[in-house]
Design a protein around this ligand. Structure first.
Ligand code: TMP
Length: 216
């Protein structure tokens, strides 16, 4: 991606872009929705979306990736599918919303690809970096909330609701994903805020809200 393009995409961005990340069962969907509900006063500025998904194409891709029993998907194909869904979401939803000065809350974004396909699936991070830059046009979140909890507890929580293709991967894979997220957080301290999942949903929400107040 040319430097000029990166500078252009930053200049055109006016709203606030907040993402939620974490391993299976960390409660990020609950927390991201709670945040959305708690920002009611700003409702006209709020956009809530998710990855993979958030567009007609993205939701179809989500179905293929997560619920395609019997269809072979190689690690690289999986990476391209996630990036294809992201490219569409950025172009169709996130970029226009940010240009219109909206607050975009997104359940997962690029950090998920680095953690799952990179650290978990062992695809070289350089390959993901190059592809992701093209897919996002260099767009980065202003704030990423990383909800952290022990891998086994998370997987047990997630599996109570049934399992999709990603959740069926081995515990070693999910351990690498968690360590990957924490490694990304150490390298991006300004942007990624690690919040330990607390005993109650309300306690975790208060910690999330404190971080969000700093950016909106
Ligand atoms: P979730 O919406 O319930 O979190 O499910 C999405 C699944 O897709 C989850 O297992 C994480 C995985 N995922 C990746 O592996 N890479 C990605 O880039 C994204 C966005 C999600």
């Amino acid at each position: 991606m040319a430097k000029k393009n990166l500078i252009r995409s930053r200049r055109m961005k006016r709203g606030v872009f907040i993402t939620f990340e974490g391993i299976e069962g960390c409660g990020k969907s609950t927390q991201s929705k709670l945040l959305y509900d708690s920002l009611k006063a700003l409702k006209s500025r709020l956009v809530y979306t998710r990855e993979p998904g958030g567009t007609a194409l993205g939701e179809r891709i989500r179905e293929i990736i997560l619920h395609s029993d019997g269809i072979k998907i190689s690690d690289l194909s999986e990476l391209f599918l996630f990036e294809a869904a992201r490219s569409q979401l950025v172009k169709e939803v996130i970029s226009p919303a940010l240009k219109a000065n909206k607050i975009v809350i997104c359940d997962r974004f690029s950090d998920a690809t680095f953690s799952y396909q990179g650290y978990g699936g062992k695809i070289p991070l350089e390959i993901i970096k190059a592809l992701d830059r093209v897919a996002t046009d260099g767009l980065k979140p202003d704030l990423t909330i990383l909800l952290d909890l022990d891998t086994l507890t998370g997987l047990e929580r997630a599996r109570r609701k049934g399992t999709d293709r990603m959740e069926k991967k081995y515990i070693a894979y999910h351990n690498r994903v968690r360590l990957g997220y924490l490694a990304l957080a150490r390298r991006n301290r300004g942007r990624i805020k690690v919040i330990k999942v607390a005993d109650t949903i309300e306690m975790t929400h208060r910690a999330v809200a404190r971080e969000v107040e700093r950016v909106i």
